[in-house]
Structure formats: C-alpha cells, structure tokens
Write a protein that binds this ligand. Sequence first.
Ligand code: DC
Length: 229
Amino acid sequence: MNQKRITIAIDGFSACGKSTLAKDLAKRLGYVFIDSGAMYRAAALYCLNHQLIQDGKLDKVGIDSQLSQMDIHFETVVSESHIFLNGQDVSNEIREPKVAEIVSIVSAYKPIREKLVEAQQKMGVLGGIVMDGRDIGSVVFPHAELKLFVTADPEIRVQRRLAEMQSKRIEMSVEEVRQNLAERDHLDSTREESPLIQVADALVLDNSQLTKEEQLDWVLAKVNLLVTN
Ligand code: DC
C-alpha cells in the first residue's frame, strides 16, 4: 500500500534532542531530514569568515550586499547528511563555540531568515520530510500534518550538549554550555523575527525521562495514525 508522505515539523529550544529525533524518524520512515539550525549556523560562519559580525554587531549593509553569494546546501556523505557552505563541508566547524556564540544574533536578522526559509520550503514541497528548528511549525511549514514541540529539563539539556561537545572533541566547560544555552533560549524566544513559539496545534513531547527509542516509538505511533487515515 502506498502510504501518504507527510511533513513533520519539530520545534523546541537548543539541545532538547530535536535533531536526534528528526534524524531517527527520517531514517525509519525513509524521509528527508533537514536540520535547519545547521543552516543558520552555516550562515553565522559565513558572517564570521567575511567579517560581517564584529563584537556581536552585524554589518547589515555588508550582509545585504553579499547574501546572494552565500550558498548553503546539504549533501549525503557516506550515508550522513553534511552541510556545505560555498562548496566546503562545514559540518564540524558549525558546532564550534565561535559559531554557537553568535548564531542567535545572525539568525535574528530578517534577510537571512527569508533566504533560508525559502530554501527550506523548496526542500519540503514534495512532503516526506522531517525538519527541526525554531519556526518550522509556525513559519516554514504552517500546514505540516504533524507538529511537535520538544522540551526537556534544562540541566538534562546541559548534560546532553556537553556530551555532544565531548564526542566532537570540542572543549567547553559545564558553565560555558549552561550560559550559552540560557542566552540562546532568551534570544531565540524573544526576537522580533519568527521567535520560537509553541503553536496551538503542536503536540508537546517532554523527553527528559525518555530514551531515544522511547521517544521515537511515541512519535511513530502518531505518524502511523496520520498516514493510515
Ligand atoms: O538547533 P541549533 O541549536 O543548532 O540552532 C542554532 C541557532 O539557529 C539557534 O540558536 C536559533 C537558530 N535557529 C533559528 O532561528 N531557526 C531555526 N529554524 C533553527 C535554528
């Protein structure tokens, strides 16, 4: 039987396990997985590399004039999705603290959001996609069949982000991670352009006490109801 290929929008604060869930779901369903945060991180790296942000201040005129030259896309490398910035694989570099420190400032700038949202919407035209971020259910795919808002206890999020950093051999102290997450939570949810919100039709998933497998099963049960009805 040909099952409907739906759009799944996953939103939530940083380090709630959204990307892990999105990746697992996409793999299980044979869908495309898009980590939209990686795209904002690549845009932030572009700004760093071109001196378009200094002391936390954006050079908006410079960004406006160079934005058309910023190419961000995904490619599959050894069955993993990698992100490329103007032809260079930046999948690891975008996780570095220098990017984490400024990404919320860069992602709050409207022209950058407009460019990336347009690219995200193009990737989703055919359905069969799982995308995670902050504005996926509210702005990118407001008509997504399934919207999830993922939350987790703040200290659990700190521990998860630390473990991620350690696995990538990036040095950050617990305090640095805690502070960076708190700052980004604040900026991401209070900015003027597409702030992180929990939309009314999103299902809330608190995964503080769930394993990866448990959260996947929980979501797959919801997906099954949608694709078989
Ligand atoms: O999910 P992440 O931590 O990798 O996201 C990095 C930053 O990008 C985050 O601080 C906010 C921003 N972001 C956004 O504004 N909109 C999205 N759809 C995804 C991420």
